[in-house]
Design a protein around this ligand. Structure first.
Ligand SMILES: CC(C)(COP(=O)(O)OP(=O)(O)OC[C@H]1O[C@@H](n2cnc3c(N)ncnc32)[C@H](O)[C@@H]1OP(=O)(O)O)[C@@H](O)C(=O)NCCC(=O)NCCS
Length: 145
């Protein structure tokens, strides 16, 4: 049984664990706490029992677009619709904020995520050169809400 709910401070360790394992990033905890304050409804965790199996995190831009900053699923729970549940919940929050579109950036080598986002109606809108600190390029992707 899965349960979707808002992020709370106690989730930080598990969320950071998923980020480290799946995105290879190690952001400072304050980054998550600041974003949770900015738009609490759009920092979503999906639990199975006591385990967080995935999360989504977004921000509202001043131009009225909702930006999906991170969406990640624990490797043991992939291809079971978990990412889709998180995406749909994020979209509901974007609708709630009257966002006109959802934007995101993704590594051009991350074929799985690109296919996942295309499955959810996102199109590639541009190439952002050297977007990541590693020097890797990103695709800018977008879909209407
Ligand atoms: C991308 C990611 C979130 C997908 O989560 P998921 O729970 O496995 O996705 P779902 O089961 O909801 O898949 C929905 C659809 O996306 C597409 N998709 C998902 N994984 C795919 C894969 N490995 N290969 C091809 N298509 C894939 C398929 O169309 C799939 O539908 P189907 O299973 O009916 O064919 C997950 O692979 C992940 O966490 N990756 C690492 C983190 C990451 O790169 N996040 C994005 C950048 S922040």
């Amino acid at each position: 049984m899965y349960r979707m709910r808002r992020f709370s401070k106690e989730d930080l360790g598990q969320v950071m664990g998923i980020v480290g394992k799946t995105l290879g990033e190690n952001y400072d905890p304050s980054v998550y706490l600041q974003l949770a304050k900015h738009w609490p409804e759009a920092f979503l965790v999906l639990e199975r029992g006591k385990r967080i199996v995935g999360f989504a995190l977004g921000a509202m831009n001043e131009d009225g677009s909702a930006r999906l900053l991170m969406l990640s699923v624990h490797p043991s729970y992939r291809r079971k619709g978990v990412g889709t549940m998180l995406m749909k919940a994020f979209m509901r929050e974007a609708i709630g904020r009257s966002a006109k579109r959802i934007i995101l950036e993704v590594r051009i080598t991350n074929k799985t995520a690109i296919q996942f986002y295309q499955h959810h109606g996102f199109d590639i809108r541009g190439l952002l050169q050297h977007y990541y600190t590693s020097g890797e390029d990103a695709y800018a992707m977008e879909r209407p809400v």
